[in-house]
Design a protein around this ligand. Structure first.
Ligand code: ADP
Ligand code: ASP
Ligand code: MG
Length: 403
């Protein structure tokens, strides 16, 4: 008897009707004689609402209380799913993660799942029950509720699949797979049949929100194949898996873009060893994620400009931290809120020369100015003005023959 973990995202459980539909999908697997474990997100919009409430209470809301608050959405959806499954004749119950428990390590709001106690779960499944488990959360060694980062239910599903030794892990969402780029933003996007962990990890980290980056990392480390499917239509989905030779001759697999980035330039900082570390230390201490970084070559060896990107929501805090930083001196700070990162991703890049040129040329032909560049073995990212993102994605999609 195969064991399958079925994860449902927010839109998939976004209404009572949707929950009834999801229960039919669960019933389908149960009738196929699978041992089924369900992981659910909160109903769509619920977590955002809870986050907004926390902001109304305090602009520096306690992180432990934040976790206790925002984790409640999943309790509602899981109880509704389990209740509906019972209604249609199955044995089912909900499990909040502290009841298992799912143990996490690391800070509140961005903890990581370390272990899952599966004994109770296994017995329940063996007795024919369908456990419905809250995604996105766990409990730490002090028995405080933790959350594992927005969209974290993906990671819950993958870690459950790991600990329960599931044969399959299926992520049900509101699109029928991973596409070459966000199909809601670009109509000519094409569904990808199979994608490597590394490519999916880059795409997810670079803005393709269909999978949470941490979850792809967990899947890669533990070698767990993931299928991404729609809970709305029964089309075949996308397989996320490990690298196998002769996979495809495609050079670029996908294109990602980000929203809500901001660019900061610290103008006229002293060009001496340790200056970048002095600038970034307080940011890192405050959990502000610095992304692209460029430092100009200083002509006189005395002063330089340092440019980096962060999420727009961190802009005010970053500005304050830099201005308060007694370890650096600079002439001016400049900000640009309206920037986005556009990236091309593909393992084929490793063995194919000339990709960088083709990317830059395609953007130049559309008169799109590149502000910052960063690369890795399997991706090239450029920062552009946010107003050019759609045109940039379209130009690159065409250039790399993804449509
Ligand atoms: P869920 O609530 O099920 O977790 P998400 O909203 O997190 O769903 O992820 C699904 C969304 O991801 C889609 O609606 C789609 O707009 C977006 N998306 C972004 N990039 C891609 C991509 N490359 N392929 C598919 N979907 C993508
Ligand atoms: N409900 C959480 C969120 O909105 C977790 C998830 O959807 O996976 O981020
Ligand atoms: Mg998601």
């Amino acid at each position: 008897m195969k064991t399958v973990v079925l994860k449902f995202g927010g839109t998939s459980v976004g209404s009572i009707d949707r929950i009834k539909k999801v229960c039919k999908i669960i019933a389908f697997y149960k009738k196929k004689k699978y041992k089924v474990i369900v992981v659910s997100s909160a109903m769509s919009g619920v977590t955002n609402e809870l986050v907004s409430k926390s902001k109304l209470i305090s602009d520096n809301f306690d992180r432990a209380e934040y976790d206790t608050l925002v984790s409640t959405g999943e309790q509602v959806s899981c109880a509704l799913i389990a209740g509906r499954l019972k209604h249609i004749g199955f044995k089912s119950r909900s499990w909040t993660s502290w009841q298992l428990p799912i143990l996490t390590i690391g800070p509140h709001t961005s903890a990581r799942i370390n272990s899952v106690r599966i004994k109770g779960l296994k017995n329940y499944i063996r007795s024919g029950g369908i456990p419905v488990i809250t995604g996105f959360q766990g409990v730490n060694e002090n028995l405080r509720i933790t959350t594992i980062g927005r969209s974290g239910s993906d990671a819950t599903a993958i870690m459950l699949a790991k600990f329960i030794k599931a044969d399959e892990c299926i992520i049900f969402t509101d699109v029928d797979g991973v596409y070459t780029t966000d199909p809601r933003q670009y109509k000519k996007a094409k569904k990808i049949k199979k994608i490597f962990y590394d490519e999916m990890l880059e795409m997810a980290s670079l803005g393709s929100k269909v999978m949470q980056p941490t979850s792809v990392q967990d899947a890669k480390i533990n070698n767990i194949d993931i299928e991404v499917k729609s809970s709305f239509v029964s089309n075949s989905g996308t397989l996320i898996t490990g690298y196998k030779k002769s996979f495809s001759d495609q050079i670029i697999t996908g294109i990602s873009s980000t929203k809500n980035d901001a660019k900061i330039t610290v103008v006229g900082v002293k060009d001496r060893p340790g200056v970048a570390a002095s600038i970034f230390k307080p940011l890192s201490k405050n959990l502000i994620n610095v992304d692209m970084v460029v430092q100009n070559i200083s002509l006189d060896g005395r002063e330089t400009d340092l440019t980096f990107t962060i999420k727009s929501e961190d802009l005010k805090k970053t500005e304050r931290l830099i201005k308060q930083n007694k370890n650096i001196s600079f002439k001016k700070l400049s900000f640009d809120k309206g920037v986005s990162k556009v990236s091309i991703i593909g393992v084929g890049m490793i063995t194919t020369p000339g990709i960088t040129y083709r990317m830059f040329q395609a953007l130049a032909l559309k008169k799109i100015n590149i502000l910052v560049i960063s690369t890795s073995e399997i991706k090239i990212s450029v920062l552009v003005s946010a107003k050019h993102v759609k045109r940039a994605v379209a130009a690159l999609h065409k250039e790399f023959k993804l449509e």
